[in-house]
Structure formats: C-alpha cells, structure tokens
Design a protein around this ligand. Structure first.
Ligand SMILES: Nc1ncnc2c1ncn2[C@@H]1O[C@H](COP(=O)(O)OP(=O)(O)O)[C@@H](O)[C@H]1O
Ligand SMILES: [Mg+2]
Length: 455
C-alpha cells in the first residue's frame, strides 16, 4: 500500500546519500591543489623566516638569533634552529626529525618540508647579507584536526539521518495527496458518490491541486448524473403504480360484463398486469437500495436458515423441470443485516439456476464460512453466460440475448437486485462459467455475530 511512498522515499534518500558521497570523493581526490597551495605558502614563509634569521645572525650574532627565535615562538609557536654549514648549532633547537631534511636542503637550496605526526618540519639553506651560508630548521605544530575518526562517523550518520528526515517529509508531501485521491476514488467506486478529495488539497496551486480539482469536478458530475437517474427510476416506478391499480379496477369491472368467450383474453390481461406489478415492485426495491447506505433495520441474520429455506422452495420449481436442488454443505453462520434483502439475493440467484439449468440436471448449493466471510455458491448445469456478458448481467434490465428471445419471463432485474442487496451488506456477487459447462454464482458477505463452527 505504501509502495509508492517507499519507492520515492528510498530513491530520494539514496540519491542524496550518493551525492554526498560523490562530493566527499571529489574533495578527497582533489586535495593536490589544496596541498600544493599549502606547500607553496609554507615554503615562502619558511624562506622569509630563514632570511630574517640569517640577517639577525650576520648582524647581531647569537643573541640576535636567540631574540628572533623567541619572538617567532611567541608569535607563531614555531620552534626554530640555526646551524652553520659545518653543522654547528648557532641558536634554537634542531630536532632529530629534521636531520634528513637538512641533508637534502643542503643540495637543493629550496625548503624541504616534512609532515610527521603533530608537526610540520622544514629545513632550508640560506645565505645572510654578509655572504655566510646557514641551515635554518623549523618545527611548526600542526593545528589539531577537528575530531578523530569517531566524530567523522557521527557526522556521516547525522548527515544521513538529516537527509532521511528531509526525504521523508518531501515524500510525504508528494505522496499524501495521491493516497488521499486514491482513497476518494475507492470510496467513489464503492458507491459513495458524495466522496471528494480534501478541500485543502484543492487549494494547492500545483498539478496535484489541478488533478484534485478535476477529480472533484468529475465526482460532482457523476453524482448529479447518477442521482438524477435514480430519481427518474424511482419516480417512474412510483408513477406507474397508480395507473396499474386503475387498470386492475377496470379489469374487475370488465370481467363482470364480459361474456364467457372473452374471459381468456381478460385472464391474459390480468397475467400481464401482474407481471408488470412485480416488475415495478422490483424496480422500486432496486431504486431504494441504490440510494441506501446500508441495510434497512439491520439485525442478526442466520444465513444457513435462509439458504435451507430457499433451497426447499426452489426444489418445488426444479421438480417441474425434472431437476433437483442439492444443498451440499450448510455451515451454521450468521451475518448482520436485513434478512429479506439477503433472502431475495439468494433466491434470485437460485431461481436463475433452476430456470437455466438443463432439464434433468442438478443445482448444487453450498454455504461455507471461513476467514470471516460467509460464502454461498450456486452452481447449475445450463448454458452459462457468454464471457463477454458475464459482468454485465448484474446491471438492471440486462439479459443475454437468448434469454430475451426465449421469453423466459424475467426483466433482467433479478441479478441487479441481488448484487445491490449483497453490496449493501458489504459483500460481493460474482458469476463464473464452469469448464464442464454451467454457471457458478458466488455470494460473499462478511460473517458477523458468532459462528457456529468456528467459534
Ligand atoms: N444460471 C444462469 N445460467 C445462464 N444464464 C443466466 C443465469 N443466470 C442469469 N443468466 C442470464 O443473466 C440474465 C440476467 O439475469 P437476471 O438479472 O436474473 O434477469 P432475469 O429476469 O432474466 O432472470 C438472464 O436474462 C440470463 O440471460
Ligand atoms: Mg432472474
């Protein structure tokens, strides 16, 4: 569910860490320029110090050197030493570490510099104003590095942590509207047409804000459209009731005056009027369910009882077609909802099975409960439904062409009613053709309120 979040978050974070590493690598591979500059600066400083020391030595002798070295130490913490060409110490100190430097400096004439432990050592050959040659050495304490390797790790950890927090916030900012939009879409598609994506997101001025505005606009249009369609359906079905009632009254009157030969015609009219009445009743039911948000007057419904009763009722009808209804398993289980609606759902499915199953075959029913769901399966041995139509049979008035031709009686409302009724209970109905022929319809509703077999 959070996969988009995770993807964006991890990518952002990885990229930030990589950039950090790249920059670190760049600076640690490039230090030559830094070192060269440092070397040049140190060399020129050493040259200056050495010339000053040679001048002091030429002019004022050992006291001059001593004074100068003391000043140097006071100002820049440099310990200096001066020797003459033969290696005789003239002033200051010459540390052991500078010995190899001195040997080299004697031949090269440029400052020899060596970094060792906490000091930078340097040696240079220099000539005073009087023409005497000296060897000048210096030991400069290096500035203490800021923290050891431990602090380096802590710093890296801090940087990664901080970039992680930033990435987290950024990802949240990017994905939250998408997740909320998805929630709204889910709600909308599950029938809550009033679902909208938050008004606060609509105010955003970026593309996501635009998307949210478009989505809400679409949802509004959809709601208006569906509502008007539902109102139309409800109004029409209600409006048809009264002319039908008047028709029945007129039929009664006509019967009284009609002759014997005319009675069969009137019977036919009565039959058709009764069919119409049933159809209108179904339509009113359907319209009511479309607008409801949950089952009316919910109570505990014993599903196994309903399934048993429907199977018994259907058995009678089935026998007329030389079929039989077999209830293979009926686990004790119950749900929360409206018993009449659930019964009509199961009944519509079973009646279809009885009607469309081939003569002499059996209709297999079962009720099972597990994982918190109660599952009713109804399987027949008829022609099934063409694959292309299989999802559409749950739409009102939808009938497969053969059923329409056959004049099989229904108006195509049975499965639509079943589907709405089950959906009101938070369940689903699916139809599936069987390989060996025939159709299997599965009704699933959440099992609630105690369950005989599973405690
Ligand atoms: N068990 C079945 N076997 C074959 N076709 C079926 C079956 N159940 C439903 N159908 C098809 O689905 C259509 C819709 O079913 P339904 O909504 O109950 O309407 P009807 O009033 O025609 O029974 C039917 O007209 C029929 O073509
Ligand atoms: Mg039907």
């Amino acid at each position: 569910m959070r996969s988009l979040f995770l993807k964006i978050f991890l990518w952002f974070w990885a990229i930030q860490v990589l950039i950090g590493l790249a920059m670190f690598a760049y600076w640690s591979i490039q230090p030559e320029t830094v070192q060269t500059r440092w070397h040049a600066a140190t060399s020129s400083a050493i040259s200056m110090y050495s010339q000053a020391a040679a001048e002091e030595a030429d002019r004022y002798g050992e006291t001059g050197i001593k004074n100068y070295f003391e000043r140097l130490k006071g100002i820049s913490r440099i310990q200096a030493g001066l020797e003459d060409e033969s290696g005789k110490l003239l002033g200051g100190v010459v540390p052991e570490q500078t010995r190899p430097l001195i040997t080299e400096a004697k031949t090269t004439g440029v400052p020899e510099i060596l970094v060792k432990e906490d000091f930078t050592y340097a040696a240079i050959r220099t000539t005073g104003p009087a023409g005497k040659t000296y060897i000048f050495v210096a030991a400069m304490p290096r500035p203490a590095p800021r923290g050891g390797p431990q602090t380096q790790y802590v710093r890296w950890a801090m940087a990664i942590l901080i970039s992680g927090i930033i990435c987290y916030l950024l990802t949240l900012y990017l994905t939250r509207p998408i997740l909320r939009l998805r929630d709204a879409t889910h709600e909308l598609s599950s029938g809550h047409l009033s679902a909208r994506a938050g008004a606060d997101m609509e105010r955003r001025r970026d593309e996501i804000g635009g998307l949210v505005r478009d989505f809400n606009h679409m949802a509004e249009r959809l709601e208006a459209l569906v509502t008007s369609q539902q109102t139309l359906l409800r109004d029409i079905s209600h409006e048809l009731r009264s002319p039908l009632a008047r028709l029945n009254v007129a039929l009664g009157l006509a019967r009284q005056r009609a002759s014997e030969q005319e009675q069969p015609m009137l019977d036919r009219i009565e039959l058709e009027a009764e069919r119409m009445n049933q159809m209108i009743g179904q339509l009113i039911n359907l319209a009511r369910m479309e607008t409801a948000s949950g089952p009316p007057q919910p109570s505990r419904v014993q599903l196994d009882e309903i399934v048993r009763e429907v199977a018994d009722d259907a058995e009678f009808e089935a026998q007329q077609r030389n079929c039989s209804v077999k209830l293979d398993a009926a686990q004790t289980c119950s749900t929360e909802g409206n018993p009449d609606l659930l019964r009509s759902a199961v009944e519509n499915v079973v009646r279809n099975a009885v009607r469309y199953s081939s003569p002499g075959s059996s209709i297999d029913m079962s009720l099972k409960s597990d994982d918190g769901w109660a599952t009713v399966e109804v399987r027949d041995h008829g022609p099934g439904i063409p694959e292309a139509d299989i999802d559409r049979v749950f739409r009102p008035f939808y009938r497969v062409a053969t059923a329409r031709d056959r004049e099989s009686g229904g108006a195509g409302l049975g499965l639509a009613i079943a589907e709405r009724a089950v959906r009101l209970h938070g369940g689903t109905v699916t139809a599936e053709n069987q390989k060996e022929g025939g159709l299997k319809v599965t009704i699933r509703v959440p099992a609630k309120g105690g369950n005989g077999n599973h405690g």
